[in-house]
Design a protein around this ligand. Structure first.
Ligand SMILES: Nc1ncnc2c1ncn2[C@@H]1O[C@H](COP(=O)(O)OP(=O)(O)OP(=O)(O)O)[C@@H](O)[C@H]1O
Ligand SMILES: [Mg+2]
Length: 480
């Protein structure tokens, strides 16, 4: 018989978000958000609840053993009434095996994922799994565990995760993005809560974090935002503003395709249409690893019903690094062999980034062509372009990857930037640079026809030896 003290010790009232997660009947669920919002508690409560089903078998995992032991497992034992696994009731806590057996025959194994072998995972037959701080763990583990959810005598099997937002993480693609763009499958459930939504934290917890954390970290680790983090290259990107529902793009608009060819990495091609006001709509994407012939076939197939006025390709593909019939051969030429005649794009990284930023920026004086409201960017992305959206939110400056000393951002991090490169090529092809002005008094403006132009698509007519791109004068670029 439980004493009154015991009952109160183990009676816990979940917060609204914890309840949504615990009682979600979707096969896979994810509880994300700020530090201390109650993720681990919710995951352990769900585990205990599922173990009420006799002879269920589940796994609680975390990356390393010390973290598993000191946080997740500790929370579990704080929440789980001991009589559930007490020896005298027929249960057991086998510490040497990291396994708890409930009196009803249900078992829970605790595993740390940093040393577990694929073979061990593949040998499991489970009814549920819970991964705490799942952003630390690779998607492959999730996929393997997913395939192990086949304990036959249990009516429903579940996989659930707790995580903090992390840049470049697979959880975003699987749970967050489909929730935001409305394409979430009924198998998946995603819930996020801020730190403030847990009223059970010590009173000084939130004020201390607010006082000590920079804004970017507050957004990520307290508000649980995935898209805003330190060093993001395109903070101007906002899904609500830039991502739009696909519509039938008029054939009469100008159509452009930009290709970023990957030797080992995926090749990305983007399709854009330009309306009569110069707004750019990226309406399709191709994102696959493979060889040129496969890429060319797929890209041409996607372009079948449109007239592409400009094909752009990564200029490095012009290098004759291959051989054909004893002659040096380039990737560009290989694309030509397969029917794609592309022009080398302007690959000036920082200038390109600046121009993309300008296209993303909302001009309050411009009427939005989609909803007629005042305030509009010049770049729109169709919601079906998932890889492009993913990369744009994750594209990050190299120096700010760690929390170490803050340097001036200079170079983007070389990671998942295939769509980012293709987007730059696209935007850099849009308008010729404006007239170069000399700041010295009395020196007239250079006539537009005589401007130096580093855009290799439109050849320079006058070469003064100066580099217009280097200064990064964004405003000048956008004057039309
Ligand atoms: N429903 C609840 N009722 C009472 N206390 C709760 C509840 N949910 C969480 N807590 C308490 O709030 C604190 C934080 O909870 P928990 O450790 O589950 O959060 P977390 O999101 O996993 O934190 P972290 O981000 O550090 O991993 C803990 O002390 C926990 O006991
Ligand atoms: Mg936790």
């Amino acid at each position: 018989m439980q004493s009154q003290d015991e009952v109160s010790r183990f009676s816990i009232e979940p917060t609204a978000k914890q309840s949504e997660f615990i009682f979600s009947t979707n096969k896979f669920s994810c509880f994300s958000g700020g530090f201390g919002n109650g993720k681990t508690t919710a995951g352990c409560l769900k585990a205990i609840l599922l173990s009420q089903f006799p002879k269920n078998f589940g796994l609680i995992g975390r990356l390393t053993y010390p973290e598993l032991r000191d946080t997740t497992q500790r929370t579990f034992f704080e929440l789980c009434p001991p009589e559930y696994y007490a020896k005298e009731n027929g249960g057991e806590w086998r510490k040497s095996d990291n396994l708890v057996r409930f009196a009803n025959g249900s078992e829970i194994m605790f595993r740390h994922m940093d040393t577990i072998s694929e073979k061990e995972l593949l040998s499991l037959n489970i009814g549920w799994f819970f991964i705490d701080q799942a952003e630390e763990i690779g998607e492959k583990v999730f996929l393997i565990l997913m395939s192990r959810l086949r304990l036959a005598h249990i009516p429903r099997r579940f996989g659930f995760l707790a995580c903090n937002p992390a840049p470049g993480n697979w959880i975003y693609n699987r749970f967050v993005l489909p929730t935001e763009d409305g394409s979430i499958s009924k198998n998946y459930f995603y819930v996020t809560a801020t730190t403030k939504e847990n009223p059970h934290l010590p009173a000084d917890y939130i004020p201390t974090l607010l006082e000590s954390y920079p804004d970017e970290l507050i957004k990520r680790y307290m508000e649980g935002k995935w898209e805003v983090y330190e060093g993001q290259i395109y903070p101007e990107f906002n899904r609500k503003t830039h991502v739009i529902k696909p519509f039938m793009v008029p054939k009469s608009w100008e159509h452009i395709v930009a290709i970023d060819h990957g030797m080992v990495n995926p090749t990305c091609a983007l399709w854009a249409a330009i309306d009569y006001d110069g707004n750019v709509y990226i309406y399709d994407e191709y994102y696959q690893p493979g060889i040129v012939s496969q890429h060319a076939k797929a890209i041409l197939e996607k372009s079948r019903n449109i007239e592409v006025s400009l094909w752009l390709i990564d200029p490095s593909t012009g290098t004759k690094s291959r051989e054909k019939d004893g002659m040096p051969w380039s990737v560009t030429e290989e694309y030509e062999d397969h029917g794609i005649y592309a022009i080398p794009a302007n690959d000036q990284k920082l200038a390109g980034i600046n121009r993309v930023k300008e296209f993303l920026k909302v001009n309050p004086k411009k009427r939005n062509p989609r909803n007629e409201d005042m305030g509009s960017p010049r770049l729109f992305i169709f919601s079906n372009c998932k890889n492009l959206q993913w990369e744009i939110t994750q594209y990050q400056w190299k120096q700010l990857r760690s929390l170490s000393v803050r340097n001036a951002p200079e170079q983007p991090r070389d990671f998942n930037d295939h769509a980012m490169d293709a987007l730059r090529y696209m935007i850099m092809s849009r308008f010729p640079p404006p007239a170069r002005r000399d700041s010295r008094p009395g020196v007239p403006m250079v006539a537009p026809g005589r401007t130096r132009n580093n855009n290799i698509i439109t050849r320079p007519t006058h070469d003064s030896g100066e580099n217009l791109f280097g200064g990064g004068e964004v405003d000048e670029w956008t004057q039309r």
